[in-house]
Design a protein around this ligand. Structure first.
Ligand code: MN
Ligand code: MN
Ligand code: MN
Length: 284
């Protein structure tokens, strides 16, 4: 099931465990020939990843995974091959950076009220140990800070008690609208794909409505395969991609090495679907 093209991965520039260089080297050793780094809401890891990819001879596609809101649901949008200098894209990235900083401060305040003092600085230092970033720390960094301070034993416990869905540190973020994000990516020259459509727990009717608006806003593709999602979901998404005439993308959504996730590992994509990577200027 190991694939030579992986269009969805994360590094320490967002919530992954490997630096951009380590990620590229690992992909190379796993036989990946075409790789995209799609960190959450940031392109900070791209320069380092491109340099590493050039060294080992991987074809690299500039990527990003941006969060947005549609119908009160947080949706992830993948963009590929954009112009990093595009003014509106730069503006959007600055807005997202600001939003993440303000969320980090709110998380720290909530935890401070529970006796966990100065966790913002500690989360920042956890983050900076991994990657020199100007983004605000996220929940994984707070979780590591809690372990370092002895408030919890494991990062898993940090999420179960404090940071997971519905817990006090799960501060909701005010993301931009789907229409805005897709439009800006499109106009910055990106190929735009709707990430992991089955993760939003929508009925087929609602998902169809989302897809119509995604396409109207400038979307091109759908992520038909995301890691080890169940085979019947792949079938369902493939049908939707056919119905809507969308290109299909696929990737591992790799965050860190573990037993069920690995670079280049995902179920094969149905062969009749038009692959997005044909559009990305890569040779495969
Ligand atoms: Mn993530
Ligand atoms: Mn995602
Ligand atoms: Mn992802």
């Amino acid at each position: 099931m190991s694939q030579s093209i992986d269009l969805h991965s994360h590094s320490t520039a967002s919530d992954g465990a490997l630096s951009p260089t380590e990620l590229v080297l690992r992909a190379h050793s796993r036989g990946v020939k075409v790789l995209s780094l799609t960190d959450h809401d940031t392109i900070d890891g791209l320069t380092e990843a491109i340099a590493a990819a050039n060294t080992v001879g991987i074809e690299f596609v500039k990527g990003i995974e941006i969060s947005c809101i549609w119908n009160n649901t947080t949706i992830h949008i993948l963009g590929y091959g954009f112009d990093v200098c595009n003014a509106r894209l730069q503006e959007l990235l600055a807005f997202l950076r600001e939003a993440r900083w303000s969320r980090a401060k709110q998380i720290a305040e909530k935890l401070h009220a529970k006796g966990m003092v100065n966790l913002l600085d500690k989360a920042i230092s956890q983050q900076q140990q991994q990657f020199a970033s100007n983004n605000g720390p996220g929940r994984p960094h707070f979780a590591r800070a809690m372990v370092a301070e002895g408030y919890v034993d494991t990062t898993k416990e940090a999420f179960q008690k404090w940071l997971g869905n519905g817990k006090i540190g799960d501060v909701k973020q005010h993301w931009p609208s789907l229409e805005t994000v897709v439009d800006i990516l499109h106009k910055s020259g990106a190929w735009v794909s709707l990430a992991h459509p089955c993760q939003y727990n929508m009925t087929r009717t609602k998902l169809s409505r989302l897809l119509r608006e995604f396409i109207t806003s400038g979307g091109h593709a759908m992520e038909v395969v995301n890691g080890f999602q169940p085979a019947e979901q792949v079938g369902k998404l493939a049908n939707l991609a056919r119905d809507f005439g969308l290109f299909a993308s696929a990737g591992s959504d790799f965050h860190y090495p573990n037993t069920w996730g690995e670079l280049g590992l995902y179920r094969p994509m149905p062969e009749d679907l038009p692959p997005l990577w044909k559009k990305l200027g890569v040779l495969h």
